[in-house]
Design a protein around this ligand. Structure first.
Ligand code: MN
Length: 287
């Protein structure tokens, strides 16, 4: 199933013929709109069989609704740094990590602020004109239930679904969580595809275009730590809650974004994420 939030954060499942079927009323009315995906995930065992038939019906045309970030309220986003040999090499070549030519085995992970999440209805905002900000094309993993000390071979049982995710990153010497947590730096969407449709996430292929030019191309199988290993490593350190998101790491081909760009992330089996880029007028505070 493909699940989205749309318009006033109403909950929807994608139906036939490029439509979305409103399933908001299946939830308790006291759930706040931006917590609706969390409520659905928590009650998925009970509600999935109720929702499933709706995907075979016709709802409102997708191009007549505003698609929001499908999960705007995780307790955290955990990111996988330098999780691809080709991406690590390009960072060394660019000098961004010249003194730190290491990979995920050393860095393990970082946290991104959930407030950086936006959906396809928004625009990536470049904070400062003199700083390089890159796109990182990634598979996002949404947890389906609380995970703590989960072993690799059981880890995929904890996945609710998958979502196209851009780990937008300002290059520089600040800590990763700072450089990756600016508002709008985690676009996700337009839908979460439930895990039952993706038996093996390593088979997924990613492509990222900027203004119709292919910039990134790769396979999840090329990641140094795959999805199951990431869940094992992160759940050994911290409790992953239902609805939390893992940014699994980018493939090679990252490049700088510019005002007016249009980014398109396509992952096989998932609907594409398309989002624009704009420049902020703000000036960086003195440090
Ligand atoms: Mn990344």
């Amino acid at each position: 199933m493909r699940l989205s939030l749309f318009d006033d954060y109403r909950l929807g499942v994608w139906g036939r013929d490029e439509t979305i079927v409103d399933i908001t009323d299946l939830l308790d009315a006291v759930v706040r709109p931006m917590d609706r995906m969390n409520a659905l995930i928590e009650r998925w065992d009970e509600l999935s069989s109720v929702i499933a038939p709706a995907q075979h019906t016709v709802g409102r045309a997708l191009d007549t609704v505003t698609l929001r970030a499908p999960q705007p309220r995780p307790t955290k986003i955990v990111g996988a740094p330098a999780n691809h040999a080709g991406h690590q090499q390009e960072m060394i070549r660019d000098g961004g990590f010249a003194d730190r030519p290491d990979t995920i085995e050393k860095y393990a992970g970082f946290l991104k602020a959930p407030s950086s999440i936006v959906g396809p209805d928004a625009t990536i905002v470049l904070p400062y004109p003199d700083r390089r900000v890159d796109h990182e094309a990634e598979l996002g993993v949404v947890l389906g239930r609380r995970a703590r000390h989960v072993m690799r071979h059981q880890a995929l049982d904890y996945v609710f679904g998958y979502v196209p995710l851009l780990d937008i990153t300002m290059r520089g010497d600040e800590d990763r969580p700072f450089r990756k947590s600016f508002d709008t730096f985690t676009p996700i969407g337009p839908a979460i595809v439930t895990a039952d449709e993706i038996a093996d996430p390593s088979l997924l292929e990613l492509q990222l275009h900027v203004n119709d030019e292919l910039r990134q191309q790769g396979r999840v199988a090329e990641l140094i730590y795959g999805v199951a290993r990431l869940i094992e490593v992160y759940s050994a350190a911290m409790t992953l809650e239902a609805g939390d998101i893992i940014a699994t790491g980018t493939v090679e081909g990252v490049s700088r974004l510019h005002d007016g760009d249009r980014v398109r992330l396509t992952i096989s089996g998932l609907p594409p994420l398309v989002i624009g880029v704009t420049a902020s007028e703000h000036v960086a505070p003195a440090t």
